[in-house]
Design a protein around this ligand. Sequence first.
Ligand SMILES: [Zn+2]
Length: 314
Amino acid sequence: MSEEILGTTKICTKCGAEKPLEEFGRKASHKDGHASQCLECSREYDRERAKDPERRQANIERSREWYEQNKDTPELKEYRHKYAIDHSEEAKVRAKEWYYNNKERSLAHGREWAKSHPGKVKESRRKWKENNKEWYEEYYSRPEVKEHMRKKAYEYSHTEKNTAYRKRYRQENKEQIKAYKTNRMKKDPIFNLRIRVSRLVGITLRQRNYSKNTRTYKIIGLQYPELWAYLERTWLENYGTKWNGESYDIDHIRPLSSASTEQELFALWNWQNLQLLSHDDNMNKLDKLNWGPPKESIAHGRIKVENGKRILLI
Ligand SMILES: [Zn+2]
């Protein structure tokens, strides 16, 4: 081997550039111990050669073979482990992309996995929920999300299988359900209201041969908790005292008998046309529009009356 003197240069036979010796690959058979082409040129040569399709294929196969033979060695295992850690962010992005590009397959795979790992899904959901409590609470309190969840639950519970199942369940448990309803109606004024109102809406529509295929709360224009809050205030307005579990009638300020079309009937079921009255008062009122308990009690409620319409002040 010849001696290497620092600062010595050599001319590349390929590109003709004069470069320091260390920029030439080592080659023991050469006089100066270095290749005749500079590193840059020989790399370029290798790159060009590698582009040849046959060589390329051969290279790929060689690598694959080598990998197959060596993949279980501790070195490669360690390498894979380290690689996964170092590239976890990219892997996450890739996985996400793959998920969106293969959504059907992803979902199917997820379902399969869930089937073969009972309980795991629930457990990981619970954990996730716990770790993201704030976000979770904020997200699920958004009105649009609430509405979406409600729709989903409704769709799910009204699939053919579920409808059939519930029908059978109702038939087989008639007495228990009845007892449950009666009991809950006594204890839960909103539940009580829901049952009564939806029954009443159904009856008044059917009496006129209109079919009820709109959800009751949509006809009313308020969800039941809000409707109940409003109706409680009409009681306060009408009687000057807070409703205290007394029996009541749901009265239509403009009577339902004044409706001549389905649309008009729907309009009369709107929350703004409803009030709570004691049963006796309701009987006295009948269809009289100008009936009313002493008006000074309005001051107690948080309801404004404008052009005969009640407006809920929140
Ligand atoms: Zn060169």
